[in-house]
Design a protein around this ligand. Structure first.
Ligand SMILES: Cc1ncc(COP(=O)(O)O)c(C=O)c1O
Length: 372
């Protein structure tokens, strides 16, 4: 790497924090002054603001996206022995939430252009044990929900959307998380709307699902000290809620910044043989939680190495599809060739809302040289 060039991380949170530092500090001080750290006014207000933004009746703030999936599965009635159709090309928590109930994740292969569930393959995997579909709006690109909902209706299946990577993303104008029976969001710090610690949220239009998740997040009690069932402690901290409320005011602007950067990358990378930039279907407003390209010809690892030598961060999401992880590898599954292939080809490039064009130029130049 040239001594004059600075390093480029895969994600730089410092610019966005710098832009709103005063507002963040005021919000944090407000919580310190109130000394109300659990289930205070910020949690309540954040839930209302997100529900309104999503166009859903209920948003329930939780401790993580993983808990949003687990408590969501619980509310939707997942039971031991059930089968749940999902994607193997995701973060482990998606499958983990299903397995938590001693239910079976049934992995269906993905579409190589959207990286999301291949809906043409779903129906063949539905059995009499299937009770739910758990689609993931991977990298911020919405799943094609109309055909998925049609299948769910035909087979009487519930749909829980994994929206951990898709805050603000839309499907035909509707926000992801407002389409199935429930949506599960993560506020992990690197997410498009990220806290300064763990956080999550369950969204739904159904009063009884919302009520169940609210009850489960406080030890299965609707009324304090009158526990009705075994729940968990999964409250979002008041401090995190206050921070998220500040960042939430900027989410559309920041998602637009990511989209601008993605379009700029795509214009440049389209000209390079052996590189396939991500595409966004007409039905989605992609929010590019990740900008993930495919590098053909077995060159992905060499390109990543070259980027690293030039001081440029990149990440492989995901190097091992879920069905190949030690936890699932012994279990039977159908062939999943696209997921297997893409796990050797994908590379996520630096992206954040205010990333400069000079940075994008540097990244694309290194890639062009590395694949030639
Ligand atoms: C697709 C997906 N599902 C679920 C999760 C779990 O979210 P969390 O880390 O907040 O528990 C994540 C986040 O890492 C994710 O990317």
């Amino acid at each position: 790497m040239s001594a004059t060039l600075s390093k480029i991380p895969v994600l730089d949170l410092k610019p966005e924090i710098a832009l709103i530092r005063d507002e963040l500090m005021a919000a944090i001080e407000g919580v310190l002054d109130s000394t109300q750290f659990i289930m205070g006014p910020n949690v309540k207000a954040f839930e209302q603001e997100v529900a309104e933004y999503m166009g859903v009746k209920h948003a329930v703030a939780l401790n993580s996206g993983t808990d949003a999936l687990i408590l969501g599965c619980s509310a939707l009635g997942l039971k031991p022995g059930d089968e749940v159709i999902t994607t193997p090309f995701t973060f482990f928590a998606t499958g983990e939430a299903i397995s938590h109930f001693h239910a079976t994740p049934v992995f269906v292969d993905i579409d190589p252009t959207t990286y999301n569930l291949d809906l043409n393959q779903v129906e063949a995997r539905i059995t009499e044990k299937t009770t739910m579909i758990l689609p993931v709006h991977l990298y911020g690109h919405a799943v094609d929900m109309d055909p998925l909902l049609a299948l769910a209706k035909k087979h009487n299946l519930k749909v829980l959307e994994d929206c951990a990577q898709s805050f603000g993303s839309t499907y035909k104008g509707k926000k992801t998380g407002a389409i199935g029976e429930g949506g599960a969001f993560s506020f992990f710090p690197s997410k498009n709307l990220g806290a300064f610690g763990d956080g999550g949220m369950f969204t739904t239009n159904d009063d009884s699902y919302a009520d169940t998740v609210r009850m489960l997040r406080v030890h299965g009690a609707r009324k304090k000290y009158f526990n009705e069932t075994v729940g968990v402690n999964s409250r979002l901290d008041e401090l995190q809620a206050a921070i998220l409320r500040v960042k939430f005011r900027y989410i559309d602007e920041w998602n637009a910044g990511r989209r601008r950067a993605a379009n700029y990358y795509t214009d440049a990378l389209n000209k390079i043989d052996g590189v396939i930039p991500p595409s966004a279907a007409d039905y989605t407003d992609h929010v590019y939680h990740q900008y993930t390209i495919r590098i053909l010809g077995g060159k992905r690892d060499a390109v990543q190495q070259k980027l690293a030598e030039e001081g440029i961060g990149s990440f492989v999401y995901y190097p091992v599809a879920l069905h190949k992880l030690p936890v699932y590898a012994e279990k039977p599954h159908h062939p999943l060739p696209v997921s297997d292939q893409l796990s050797t080809e994908v590379l996520s490039l630096p992206i954040w809302p205010t990333i400069e064009e000079s940075v994008l130029d540097r990244v694309t130049k290194v890639i062009a040289n590395a694949v030639s």
